[in-house]
Design a protein. Structure first.
Length: 405
């Protein structure tokens, strides 16, 4: 098919093949790609509403045995900089989130061998006991696999137990690129192969959970492999219908092994982000929602993404640790997110993780303190060890020694 024919095919909303998508990304001008993606967005969201959520991205531990070479956040077992948040610390973070209109915790962390399944269950039950209506959007597929391996229980049983304790949905972290050649080079195949990541999501959807999906691009993958990632997500969505949204962002190279030791030092440009977002909207024809990644791209590119297929500005977030560790520290509170949405000609509405509309911006309903800088997991120099960790058996030598003190 000619390029003109493929453009017409995309404009009419027909399903694209891998070769169609490759031709569009490779040969179509950026403004045309944006126009096609915006048309696809408008067909799904003709009401002119752009949504966002007020939640908090809490990383409960930075201790991780996965050692992905693109991550600047993790610390090895036994590191003096390693931490585990206490339940009380997380309760305080929830209180602060509720105070600014938040309704959800996005809870993710390292693969810590000294945190067993029971710790997660006890935490989730404690959160639900104190905050019955607060949502837990928690534990990416590699974390679920890690817990499965530690507990020697199959993934479906782990999900069942977490849901019984209070898990509401699963975030799409840890996908990177769903091609094992890439995952081997990124040292993340050990935490989850492409099939394993997809299988966790399949089990989650079968259990009645909704989840998100992600893609981190700009490392060692080819364009064809990015498209393979999108097509694998599309296939699973055809099968289960369980994904609520897709989010893509560029690799942040600062302070990472991949950047320092392997020469992947250039971050993908804003134009490449917009083109990747646009082709994602066109390929993922069975995903209703695409989020803007202003956390890695900044507010203005985040705003421009609304013309390249995004219909959601993601999260006010309140706290961020992982991207910040790699050198990106953009911050937008609700006031600024709403300003960006409305200046782009859309109507701003708060939502839930399931994309149910909650209402108008909270700052227009009551006084909310401005947030001009994202919070962090802990204050610098805080090396306190949660008292409740002594209730759980450690597996690592360092963990056992710490709990005997």
């Amino acid at each position: 098919m000619s390029l003109t024919g493929i453009v017409d095919k995309a404009a009419s909303g027909e399903r694209l093949t891998a070769s169609d998508a490759l031709a569009l990304y490779t040969h179509v001008p950026t403004h045309t790609l944006g126009r096609l993606a915006d048309g696809a967005r408008a067909r799904k969201h003709p009401d002119g509403i752009v949504t966002y959520i007020i939640d908090r991205n809490v990383n409960y531990t930075n201790v991780c045995v996965a050692r992905c070479n693109f991550c600047a956040f993790y610390r090895p077992v036994g590191s003096a900089d390693g931490y585990v948040l206490s339940f009380d610390e997380m309760f305080r973070k929830i209180d602060e989130t509720i105070a600014v209109g938040g309704n959800q915790l996005l809870l993710q962390g390292g693969h810590n061998p000294d945190i067993p399944l029971a710790w997660y269950e006890d935490l989730f039950r404690a959160v639900k006991a104190r905050y019955p209506d607060f949502k837990l959007h928690a534990l990416s597929p590699p974390e679920v696999i890690h817990i499965s391996r530690l507990s020697q229980l199959p993934v479906p049983e782990v999900i069942e137990r977490l849901v019984a304790a209070g898990l509401d949905s699963i975030p799409g972290g840890g996908a990177e690129i769903l091609v094992d050649r890439v995952r081997k080079l990124l040292h993340c195949q050990g935490k989850a192969t492409a099939d394993e990541w997809l299988d966790v999501m399949r089990h989650a959807h079968r259990a009645g959970l909704r989840t998100t999906a992600t893609m981190m691009y700009g490392t060692v993958e080819t364009l064809e492999e990015r498209l393979e990632h999108l097509l694998r997500l599309r296939d699973l969505q055809d099968e289960t219908g369980g994904f609520t949204a897709f989010i893509t962002w560029s690799f942040q190279p600062d302070h990472t092994e991949l950047g320092r030791d392997h020469g992947v030092t250039a971050e993908a440009t804003g134009v490449e982000y917009l083109r990747t977002l646009a082709i994602s909207r066109l390929v993922l024809d069975n995903f209703d929602n695409l989020q803007s990644s202003w956390v890695t791209q900044g507010g203005k590119v985040g705003q421009l993404s609304l013309a390249f297929g995004a219909n959601d500005m993601g999260s006010v977030m309140i706290e961020e640790n992982v991207v910040r560790a790699a050198g990106a520290s953009y911050c937008m509170d609700e006031v600024e997110i709403v300003r960006n949405i409305e200046d782009a000609g859309f109507v701003a509405k708060r939502r839930t993780m399931h994309y149910d509309i909650v209402g108008d911006p909270i700052f227009r309903l009551r006084d909310v303190p401005r947030m001009l800088e994202l919070a962090t997991a802990r204050a610098a120099g805080d090396v306190s060890v949660p008292a409740e960790l002594s209730n759980y058996a450690a597996r690592s030598r360092a963990g056992k020694a710490a709990r005997q003190q």
